[in-house]
Each structure stands twice: as C-alpha cells, then as structure tokens.
Design a protein around this ligand. Sequence first.
Ligand SMILES: Nc1ncnc2c1ncn2[C@@H]1O[C@H](COP(=O)(O)OP(=O)(O)OP(=O)(O)O)[C@@H](O)[C@H]1O
Ligand SMILES: [Mg+2]
Length: 367
Amino acid sequence: MNPFNYQGPVAPGRLINRRGELHVLQRAAADGVAIRLAAPRRFGKTSLLDAHVASMQAVGHRALRVDLSKVSTAGDVAARVAGAFSALPNDPRRTVRRWSARLGVSAHVAGVKLSLAPSAVRPPADEARAALLELLDVPLGLHEQDGGLTVVCLDEFQDLLVADDSLDGLFRAVIQHHGGAAAYVFAGSQPSLMRALFSDRERPFYGQARPLELPGLPADEAARDVESLLAASGLQADGAVDELLAFTSGHPQRTVLLAHHLYNVLDSPDRPDDPAAEAIDLALAETRDAHQAVWDSLGRVERIVVMALADGQAPTGTRVAGEHRIARSTLQDALERLVADERNVARDQQGRPYLLDPLLGEWLRRR
Ligand SMILES: Nc1ncnc2c1ncn2[C@@H]1O[C@H](COP(=O)(O)OP(=O)(O)OP(=O)(O)O)[C@@H](O)[C@H]1O
Ligand SMILES: [Mg+2]
C-alpha cells in the first residue's frame, strides 16, 4: 500500500517534524495559555491538532478536536460541539447526551462513530445558542468533578463567524471562566480572518490567544522521512526525493502528494529515467482543474503578477511593467491584493513574494 496519504489529516505517527510546534502546544496547555494557529490551506493544521490531542490523551488529559469547517448556522456549530464532546466521559449534568438528542447528533460508543442529522432539522438559533452555552461549559463541570484538564482544539474556528458573527462573543463569554479546567487551541486557514478575530480591538477574542505559526516542512528532514518510507517498501529513490523537495520547498501537502506519485512511479515495472519529473507530471495532471479555477478567478493584472512570480521575475519591476504596458504602481496594488487574499501568494522572511503552491507555478510555466 502506498504510505503517502495526501488527502486528509495524517496520523500522529506519520507526522514529519512539527516537534517544536507540539512542544509549544503542550507547554501552553500546561500553563493554561490559549493558542491560535493560523496557516495557509493544507499546511497540516488538522494533522498537528490531532497529534496534540493524541499526546495530551497519552499523558492522561481529556482532549478533543471540534471541526467547525463550513458550519452555516448556530445549530450546526452546536451539533459539531455536541458531536466532538460526546467522546468525553459523562458530564455531571449529562449535558452532552441531552443536547445531542435534540440537535440530531447520534454518537455510538463514546464518539467512535458519529452521525449528524441534516442541518435542516436543527433547532432555531436561540435554542442552538442555549445549547452552546451549556455544552461549552462541560469541561468546567468535569473539572469540578475530578480536577482534570480538557484540551479543546477548535479547527477552522473562523468559520464560526459565517454561521453567526456574534458567536465568538458567546464562546468567549463561556470559556473565559475555564482557567485550569480547559486549555484551548484555535486553528484556522484564512490567516487574515483569524487575525481579525484575535487582533481587532472590537472583537471579543482580542488579545486572547498567543499566535503560533506553521511554516513549511524542513526539506532535509522531510526528504529523510520520505526516503525511509520508500526504503521500507524496498524502493530506492536515488536523487529523486531531493529533487522533489527542491521543487516543493517543503510545502507540506504538495510534498506528500509528490511522494505519493513517486512511490507509484518507482514501484512500476518500467521505471522512467527521471522518476521525479514523472511524479511532477502525474501530480500536475491531477491538480490541473484546481489551477485553472485559480487562474479563472484572477483579474488581468493579478494574472500578470502570478505569471511573473512563476517565471522568477520581479512582479512589479520595470521589465514586467514595460512588457505589459502597465504602471508599476498598478502591479504593486495587484500584488498587495494577492498577498492580502493569502490563498495564492505569500511573502517570505525577507518580504519577497512567492507562490504558495509550487504546482500552480509549474502549471503556469508550462502554459
Ligand atoms: N507534518 C506533516 N507530515 C506529513 N504530512 C503532512 C504534514 N503536514 C501536512 N501534511 C500533508 O498535508 C496534507 C494536509 O494536511 P492537513 O489536513 O492536516 O492540513 P490542513 O492545514 O488542516 O488542511 P486544510 O486547510 O485542507 O484543512 C496531509 O494529507 C499530508 O499529506
Ligand atoms: Mg484542516
């Protein structure tokens, strides 16, 4: 079986690196400090949270992850919380059980198998808010019972505001009284929205959580881990893994996607001369539609900027400006919009802009 899973969170045992981040999370839980983890899509936020949950459970704490992605109503939020909390032991007031039934959440055997009824059958907003007020307080009830700590990881936290833009106030009102009873991690993939939640003076969570960055994977360690998984299946990669890491610059999901294809290429009876190039071709074929969708969503000047970035040119320099007869200030504005949008373009430590997805860059170069 191909050991490279690139489609969802990876099991804690398969995590490449992230020791530093896990250490920060563990220390913060011990100190009762809340953390906010913001990173681009597919950088391994959920995988890191799962590893944190596993390590907290291993030392005897209660720990869980609530997935808030694409919640669209307060009822959805309450149902997700009830579902995740059903993995906890019975709380003194049996809150989770009581609300689970009313929210259409059925959990079998302590949250092992969970089903959520369609959101159309959820209760009205005021009842959902009442549910949240009680559910979010469950860690406190458990703490009063046994003095234990519950680690609560809220994944895609910014989606809360899609459901109802006052729900962060409700969350904060409840959990601010949980010192010692619960430790919180807020994770999200739209970094600017996460920043708005925690850095905007008007919002209830202003200044309430310490930021934790999630960079790309260190190339040497990622290469070593990929090589050893290949070797465990009897596959010799020679220089191909280093080539792939040079190509992905440590982008977590793209690295694993390419490793997945490299595994298949090396495992096939007719091994090509350049396995890394073959893996890149396969990954490009698989992701073509996504790149086309990104391209279609961009305006003319943004397209010129991303093209320049893909070609390794200064996107706001005189050469690009002259070639397209566009003022440099117009290019600069487009670049700033792309950086602010955070989905496709980021800045490195030196402030230089780059394309987040190495495969998008390659797709553009092959235009
Ligand atoms: N530390 C890591 N070690 C190995 N693989 C990783 C790591 N981080 C991310 N990945 C790869 O990236 C993929 C996406 O990881 P994950 O779902 O945790 O990211 P995410 O940031 O939560 O993504 P999304 O924005 O889609 O929610 C995984 O399937 C895996 O292939
Ligand atoms: Mg995720």
